[in-house]
Write a protein that binds this ligand. Structure first.
Ligand code: DQQ
Length: 572
């Protein structure tokens, strides 16, 4: 064995702190790299404070973590162009989750077990604070297998070099385990049971049944598939990018992925390949039976709960052990055509990281943009408390409306005229598209017109409607993109969500982060989130405007409104 190989060999053995295994060094340089250049010079849709690489295709966030005070984000990236393919794990680091510096790709095809692609996966902190990555590799026969990589140099907080286990693949479909070789991917962060055995789940399906296949290991190298999945659900198709983690039943602090106890519930999130939507359930994880059981009424499909009711996919959380938060990353994919992506030379943005915790009701999660984003706020503009008359619109002047953060709270003065919610109106997205922003109601639509042209030829409307449902009131939140661009060539689906607040007793709040071609909205202090991807042709840069509006027949009270211009972050 050559000297350098021996060094790596010892490093890997020391890292895992157990049996001696041989390893292969990472390559540093990509061979035969062709980089694409955008064919269009103007870039009105690049964002000011959302994470994106300088060019090319990006999809899932991978293996986020904090190590020696440095935040790491890896992501699925095509070094050769603006469409999916040639997938590697690109890598950036940050001290504040807002400003990022790029590094060379951390993981890229170099072994038989990943030669056709390095797909999604997660980081686990092994005892002693040593990170380890489990990721999906595509082997020469297009089989999906699971691989391990560890840092070459643990004293480097940037962890720029990763070495792969020579034992890869560590988990593979076989005739015996009967795992579907084209539907076996995206390992989660592993967790340690009370028996000191590691567990991890991998997304899969059998026929049309979605599965979270459970594997167990004593040493993080030799993994055995359990006979039963941790959880499964009929008629859901392939489960991509599962995420499984504990949440505290009280408070807003996050807990480490291996935490168990009486004041802990568990969350299982799955990204459904067929619908490209994500669903999560809250439930109980029983280590004795190795089963996760969602609480009554919680389902992993269409009528279930979503982190985000707009564009948001392949998300992943991590526990930030520095600030004791659980933080959620999610990929915002484009709403434009492939031709459009090639023209602009890039595709895909990451949503602003969100702090995530269990709501007091124990029936849903709450999300809020990480506080660090507020460092970018400048030039605050405030409205005094005021009524928005029926059919009125009020401009929020003095902020750069193409790159802004706005928080507004509404109070309803008079509920008497609220429309009655029909029994069949159970699908919020459908209801929002039927009752778009231009359809007058009684209590609503009221909210914000963002990325709006001066004369309202273009705008994205983010708004509420309030309905009466027997003795209670139901709040619908919509993000209507139908007028977002004069360009007809984009997906302009209107999104919707019900917001679990009681408008009779609580103020109704809305926050939107506006970033040139992204509108991330948080209703009811983070109880419902909707992200929109839009491509205005007029409402660009200084020509973008921001309005509060009320197209309902009843007046609405704005109790507070604050808006800020957001500075540009230093990203890659
Ligand atoms: N993206 C990855 C897969 C994952 C999918 C490939 C989800 O590992 O299932 O780029 O977007």
């Amino acid at each position: 064995m050559a000297g350098s190989s021996l060094g790596l060999f010892l490093l890997f053995s020391l890292f895992l702190g157990q049996c001696v295994v041989e390893l292969e060094a990472s390559h540093r340089v990509f061979q035969n790299l062709q980089t694409s250049e955008p064919t269009s010079e103007s870039q009105p849709y690049r964002t000011g404070f959302h994470f994106q690489p300088p060019k090319n295709w990006m999809n899932d966030p991978n293996g986020p973590m904090v190590y020696k005070g440095i935040y790491h984000l890896f992501y699925q990236y095509n070094p050769k162009g603006a469409v999916w393919g040639n997938i590697v794990w690109a890598h950036s680091t940050s001290t504040d989750l807002i400003n990022w510096i790029p590094h060379d790709a951390a993981i890229y095809p170099s072994q038989k077990s990943d030669i056709k692609g390095c797909w999604s996966g997660s980081t686990t902190m092994l005892p002693g604070g040593k990170p380890a990555i489990l990721y999906t590799g595509i082997d020469p026969n297009d089989k999906q297998v699971q691989n391990l990589a560890v840092p070459k140099n643990l004293s480097d907080p940037y962890l720029t070099e990763w070495v792969k286990s020579p034992k890869n693949p560590l988990m593979a479909p076989t005739a015996i385990n009967q795992i579907n070789a084209s539907s076996f991917r995206d390992p989660t962060t592993a967790w340690l049971g009370p028996d000191r055995i590691w567990r991890v789940i991998i997304g899969s399906k059998i026929n049309y049944k979605g599965l979270a296949i459970l594997y167990r290991s004593k040493n993080f190298v030799n993994w055995t598939a359990s006979k039963q999945p941790l959880h499964s659900a009929e008629h859901t198709g392939m489960w991509e990018c599962p995420d499984f983690y504990p949440v505290a039943t009280e408070g807003v602090y996050g807990v480490d992925t291996s935490t168990k106890g009486s004041s802990i519930k568990h969350v299982l999130k799955v990204s459904l390949d067929d619908t490209k939507h994500e669903y999560y359930t809250i439930g109980t994880y029983d280590t004795a039976t190795e089963k996760y059981v969602p609480d009554e009424g919680q389902v992993d499909s269409d009528s279930g709960l979503r982190y985000d009711y707009g564009k948001f996919y392949a998300s992943k959380t991590f526990f930030d052990s520095v600030t004791l938060r659980r933080i959620l990353w999610g990929w915002i994919n484009e709403s434009s055509s492939v031709e459009h992506d090639i023209k602009k030379g890039w595709s895909g943005v990451q949503a602003i990281p969100r702090k995530i915790w269990l709501d007091k009701s124990v029936k849903q999660l709450v999300q809020w943009p990480i506080a660090e984003i507020e460092k970018l706020r400048v030039n605050q503009v405030k409205f005094p408390s005021k009524f928005l008359k029926a059919g009125s619109i009020a401009e929020v002047k003095g902020v750069t409306a193409s790159q802004a953060d706005i928080e507004v709270s509404f109070k309803i003065a008079e509920f008497e005229k609220a429309e009655v919610l029909e029994p069949g109106w159970t699908n919020p997205q459908l209801l929002c598209s039927q009752k778009s922003a231009s359809v007058k109601g009684a209590l609503g639509p009221f909210g914000l017109l963002v990325l709006s042209s001066k004369s309202l030829e273009e705008y994205t409307a983010v708004y509420f409607r309030i309905f009466k449902d027997h003795e209670k009131y139901v709040v619908l939140m919509c993000s209507d993109q139908s007028r977002s661009s004069l360009d007809a060539d984009n997906d302009k689906t209107t999104y919707g969500a019900f917001v679990n607040v009681d408008p009779l007793h609580e103020e109704l709040s809305l926050r939107s982060l506006i970033d040139h071609s992204i509108v991330e909205s948080f209703g009811g202090k983070g109880k419902a989130c909707i992200t929109a991807r839009v491509y205005p042709t007029l409402a660009i840069d200084d020509d973008a405007h921001l309005y509060a509006f009320n197209y309902g027949t009843e007046k609405i009270n704005i109790t507070s409104l604050s808006a800020w211009s957001l500075k540009k972050a230093q990203i890659n």
